[in-house]
Ligand binder design. Structure first.
Ligand SMILES: *Cc1c(COP(=O)(O)O)cnc(C)c1O
Length: 327
C-alpha cells in the first residue's frame, strides 16, 4: 500500500485511458492515451492532481494566502486560483508573457498571450501581477516580493513553486503512475515535462519496472534534468522507498522545444493536427503538442503498447496569439 498523505479531493479520478484506434491504424503502432485533460476541476489538466496535496498542506499550515508564479497562460495559476477561491484563500501570482533565460535568447514564433487562462484567473479573483518579460529567476523574485507584501499586510502566506513542482506535486504524479498501472500494462509512457513534477512522479512510480518513461521537455534549460533528481530525492523522504534515482534514470528529451518555452513550433502544429484529424482530441500549443510531436518522431524506435499522457492545457487554445516580434 502506498503511503497516504493528506489530500483535498479536486480531480475526478481515475482519468480514462483508451486506445487511439484510428491513429494506431494510420501509424502502424499501438497507441493509447491517458486523459488528464479530463481531470475536471477548473477545466482540467495535470495540475489538479498536484493541488490536492499542495493545498491540503497549505490548509494544515493555517495559511490564508497562497502565492505562486508562472507564465501569463499558466495552467497552474488557473487551477490554483480556482481552488483557492473555493477554499476561501487569497491567491496571488507573479506572471510574465514569456519568461525565458537570456542565454537561449528570446524565442520567436507565435505567443499565446492574453485571454485563455487569464480569463479564468480573473473570474477566480487571482491577484495577477503582470511583469515585463525577464528570466525565470526574476519571476521567482517577483513572487517572493509579492509574498513579502502580503506578509507585511499581516497575511499568513503559503509559497508554491512554479508549476506546483515540490515533492508533494511529484507525489501526486507518483500516485497517478500507480493509477495508470492499474488501468493497463504499457511498454512506454510519454509525457510533457516542464517544471518536472509530472515526469519525476511518473518515473518514480515506474522505476524498476519494464515500463520506460520518456519526458519531452517544453523548456530548453538542461538544469531541468537536475530538478527531476531533486524532486525524486524529495519523494524518497516522503515515501521512504529509498529508490535514490539519479540523472541517468530519467529519459528527458530536449529536441522538441522548438524556439523556446511558450511559443508554438511547426512540429507541434503538425502533431496537433494529426491527433485532431484522427481522433477528435485537442492538444495545447505549449506542452502537449510538443510532447506529441516528440512521440511521433520517436515512434520508429519504440515498440509495444505506448501511452501518451495528455496533461491538458486546453484553455490556451482560446488565448490571443501574437507574433513574438510585436510582443
Ligand atoms: C504544467 C503543465 C505541464 C508540465 O508539467 P510539469 O509537472 O510542470 O513538468 C504539461 N502540460 C500542461 C498542460 C501543463 O499545464
Amino acid at each position: 500500500m502506498p503511503v497516504e498523505l493528506p489530500r483535498i479531493p479536486l480531480a475526478i479520478l481515475p482519468t480514462p485511458v483508451h486506445r487511439l484506434e484510428r491513429l494506431s491504424a494510420a501509424l502502424g503502432a499501438d497507441l493509447w492515451i491517458k486523459r488528464d485533460d479530463l481531470t475536471g476541476f477548473a477545466l482540467g489538466g495535470n495540475k489538479g492532481r498536484k493541488l490536492e496535496y499542495l493545498l491540503a498542506d497549505a490548509v494544515q499550515n493555517g495559511t490564508d494566502a497562497v502565492v505562486t508564479c508562472g507564465s501569463r497562460q499558466s495552467n497552474f495559476v488557473r487551477q490554483i486560483g480556482v481552488a483557492c477561491r473555493m477554499l476561501g484563500l487569497a491567491c496571488g501570482a507573479a506572471v510574465m508573457d514569456l519568461p525565458h533565460e537570456p542565454e537561449f535568447g528570446r524565442p520567436s514564433g507565435r505567443l499565446p498571450r492574453s485571454g485563455g487562462n487569464e480569463i479564468i484567473d480573473r473570474l477566480a479573483g487571482v491577484d495577477l501581477r503582470i511583469h515585463p518579460d525577464g528570466s525565470w529567476d526574476e519571476l521567482f523574485a517577483h513572487a517572493e516580493q509579492l509574498a513579502e507584501e502580503y506578509e507585511a499586510a499581516g497575511r499568513r502566506v503559503f509559497r508554491v513553486p512554479v508549476g506546483g513542482s515540490s515533492p508533494l506535486g511529484a507525489y501526486a504524479f507518483y500516485r497517478a503512475g500507480l493509477e495508470a498501472n492499474e488501468q493497463g500494462a504499457f511498454d512506454c509512457v510519454v509525457c510533457p515535462s516542464s517544471s518536472g513534477s509530472t515526469h519525476s512522479g511518473l518515473a518514480y512510480a515506474y522505476a524498476g519496472s519494464s515500463t520506460r518513461v520518456i519526458g519531452i521537455s517544453c523548456d530548453p534549460e538542461p538544469e531541468n534534468h537536475d530538478d527531476l533528481v531533486r524532486l525524486c530525492a524529495g519523494l524518497d523522504d516522503l515515501l521512504e522507498e529509498g529508490k535514490s534515482l539519479d540523472k541517468a534514470d530519467f529519459d528527458l528529451r530536449f529536441d522538441y522545444v522548438g524556439s523556446g518555452y511558450g511559443v508554438v513550433s511547426d512540429a507541434a502544429e503538425v502533431a496537433s493536427r494529426l491527433l485532431l484529424d484522427h481522433e477528435g482530441i485537442f492538444l495545447d500549443p505549449v506542452y502537449t503538442a510538443k510532447a506529441f510531436a516528440g512521440l511521433i518522431d520517436l515512434l520508429p524506435g519504440l515498440s509495444g503498447r505506448i501511452l501518451f499522457w495528455h496533461t491538458g492545457g486546453l484553455p490556451t487554445l482560446f488565448a490571443e496569439s501574437v507574433p513574438t516580434e510585436s510582443g
